[in-house]
Design a protein around this ligand. Structure first.
Ligand code: SAM
Length: 285
């Protein structure tokens, strides 16, 4: 690893989380700061959250809290599908979700499709604890656009997890009904689609959009939520499309050693605070 900066005493990374809200993190070292073919990537060490990866100014992972997100994105689906043997991860180039998925003996293969191979490489170089699953024998890593990949893979997957950057530019299509209908076709007869759907406080418009777009394809759509401190407002939602399957019931014991997800969390994460329930009920009206 080439250290670019000296120890810096008063440098801050600022994420503009909305046009009126910022998050500042004190930086102790900048390890990577470059344009890839698709986005700008920064890897830096922070005093509060350890090492962080930033894409186009938005925090993707931090060493300190990534488990909150990656465990929710992986285990709600992996524990509620009767036989999650073939899994697709859209985006997720840091490898955090893949690290969680390969913990299941029932898994046959997990395919990770991220458009930007330099994100995958940066995670290998700077986040060994997150990218450790990328070389698992059951893992297939494909650096390509997931919207192209999905159309040639009908009836192939039990679980599809969409861990993309925010819905702008080359990621925008991953939040639209046309993509969700390709996902539906790519799922086997019983399948689950899991998507990160932003914060009900900072981006409720995006959360609503994803839910309504998914509803156009999946008869049953479920919303669950959890804590994710370094994402805008720290309250994060996960929207799950069920193809002949209800994700609310956990069917198996999760792997040991998890730090966020548990059977109790599974049971309660679908219980929405009244304000969130109200929003969802508007969509189901
Ligand atoms: N957990 C983070 C979040 O919630 O914002 C996302 C982490 S992951 C690094 C996001 C990945 O989505 C990026 O590596 C990006 O390259 C990938 N991505 C965005 N659009 C994509 C597309 N159309 N096909 C495949 N990967 C895509």
């Amino acid at each position: 690893m080439e250290v670019i900066g000296r120890r810096i005493t008063d440098l801050w990374f600022t994420e503009c989380q909305t046009e009126n809200m910022k998050l500042d993190l004190r930086i102790s070292n900048i390890l990577l700061n470059k344009d890839t073919e698709y986005q700008h990537i920064v890897v830096a060490d922070t005093e509060e959250y350890g090492r962080i990866m930033v894409l186009d100014g938005a925090i993707q992972i931090t060493e300190r809290d990534e488990f909150c997100y990656h465990e929710m994105m992986a285990h709600v689906a992996m524990c509620s599908h009767p036989e999650p043997s073939r899994v697709l991860i859209v985006g997720g180039g840091d490898g955090g979700i893949l690290r969680e998925v390969v913990k299941y003996d029932i898994l046959d293969t997990v395919t990770l499709v991220d458009i930007d191979k330099e994100v995958i490489q940066a995670s290998r170089d700077f986040f060994p604890g997150v990218s450790c699953g990328l070389d698992h024998p059951k893992a297939e890593i494909l650096p390509m656009d997931a919207m192209e990949f999905i159309i040639n893979h009908e009836n192939q997957f039990d679980v599809i997890i969409v861990d993309s950057t925010d819905p702008v530019d080359f990621a925008a299509g991953l939040f639209q009904s046309s993509f969700y209908s390709d996902v539906f076709k790519s799922l086997k007869n019983q399948g689950l689609l899991v998507a990160q759907t932003e914060s009900p406080f900072a981006e409720s418009r995006l959360m609503k959009q994803a839910y309504l777009e998914m509803k156009k394809t999946f008869k049953d759509v479920y919303l669950c939520w959890g804590a994710m401190p370094t994402y805008p407002t720290g309250m994060w939602t996960y929207t799950i499309g069920g193809k002949n399957l209800n994700p609310k019931t956990s069917l198996r014991t999760p792997p040991t050693g998890l730090k966020y997800y548990s059977e109790a969390i599974h049971k309660h994460c679908f219980t929405l605070p009244a304000f969130l329930q109200e929003i969802i009920e508007q969509y189901n009206a």
